[in-house]
Design a protein around this ligand. Structure first.
Ligand code: SF4
Length: 299
């Protein structure tokens, strides 16, 4: 059985099914996930055999995740999802990573077929809603693609948009927050999941100046403040954490917008005050980049 090398944290207990290997774009400057993997569509027969073998490899689950980075471009994807649903009727949620470009260009008919086959949620990497930043990091999408993809996919599935704080560096921080909130307000994803830029690919380190702890919090605050639509906002990844030598002092914010937005903003403001006070008294505050470099966290 072949497994996808990556899956979102929210799929930790899902059946994992590898539909394609690697990423068919594989050029984003901040990403090293599939750098060493040649993109390929797996043979349908092999995927169906993996689905047959699920009970031998996984404890019983009500969810399944399709990898690697863009499985919806597999020519037999509808049949694969249908087979999964047939063989594993206990599965209520079937999710997949999907490229925004693919969803912006896909026929709605195909999405409708995927929904009736059993697909329920798409995880899509927006990263930024600012076109200059998207060009800079070679994401190969525009903010318009992201709005189009979000609106289209939202008719059929729950959607997650991933956003990377710090992706524009210090110099573009304000524009990044403002324009990304604008895209979220138009695309209206069900979930907004935050990752903070952590250098795993040296290319991005040459393109942007990394945010320090205060700048990271200020950008997060400004982005969150700008979101006016209903969604679930979560920093569900260790890259959002801030640390002192004693341990984490910030683990991100999580909650529904609009109901819990005020509470999340207050937590960010309180943490900003704490960081300033710590620095004033000579204590260091470490971001995920510091911790990754020092080998204390892995991503
Ligand atoms: S961020 Fe997504 S689209 Fe870009 S290279 Fe990585 S996996 Fe591929």
């Amino acid at each position: 059985m072949e497994l996808p090398p990556f899956r979102p944290p929210s799929e930790a207990f899902s059946y994992l099914i590898r539909v394609v290997r690697g990423c068919n774009w594989n050029k984003c400057a901040f990403c090293s996930m599939y750098n060493t993997i040649k993109f390929e569509q797996r043979r349908k027969e092999d995927i169906l055999r993996d689905i047959d073998q699920i009970p031998f490899f996984f404890p019983k689950s009500k969810s399944a995740f399709l990898g690697d980075s863009n499985p919806l471009i597999h020519k037999d994807i509808v049949e694969i999802v249908r087979y999964l649903k047939l063989k594993r009727p206990e599965v209520e949620r079937i999710t997949a990573y999907a490229r925004i470009k693919t969803i912006a260009n896909i026929y709605e008919e195909k999405l409708r077929d995927l929904k009736s086959a059993g697909l329920t949620r798409l995880h899509m990497g927006l990263e930024s809603g600012d076109d200059e930043i998207l060009r800079l990091v070679q994401k190969s999408i525009t903010s318009e693609d992201a709005i189009k993809a979000g609106k289209k996919a939202g008719k059929f599935f729950e959607t997650t948009y991933y956003v990377i704080t710090g992706l524009g560096g210090v110099e573009r921080s304000e524009k990044h927050a403002k324009n990304t909130a604008r895209v979220i307000n138009e695309a209206k994803p069900t979930f907004v999941r935050i990752r903070n830029l952590t250098i795993t690919n040296p290319e991005i380190g040459r393109l942007v100046k990394l945010l320090n702890a205060e700048e990271q919090l200020e950008e997060l605050r400004s982005f969150l403040e700008g979101i006016k639509v209903e969604t679930y906002f979560t920093c569900d990844h260790v890259s959002n954490y801030l640390f002192t030598k004693q341990g984490p002092i910030f683990k991100g914010v999580h909650g529904r917008i609009p109901e819990e937005k005020g509470e999340m903003l207050r937590l960010i403001d309180d943490t900003l005050e704490t960081v300033k006070a710590l620095k004033k008294s000579g204590n260091e505050v470490f971001t995920s980049n510091d911790m990754f470099r020092l080998g204390f966290i892995s991503l």
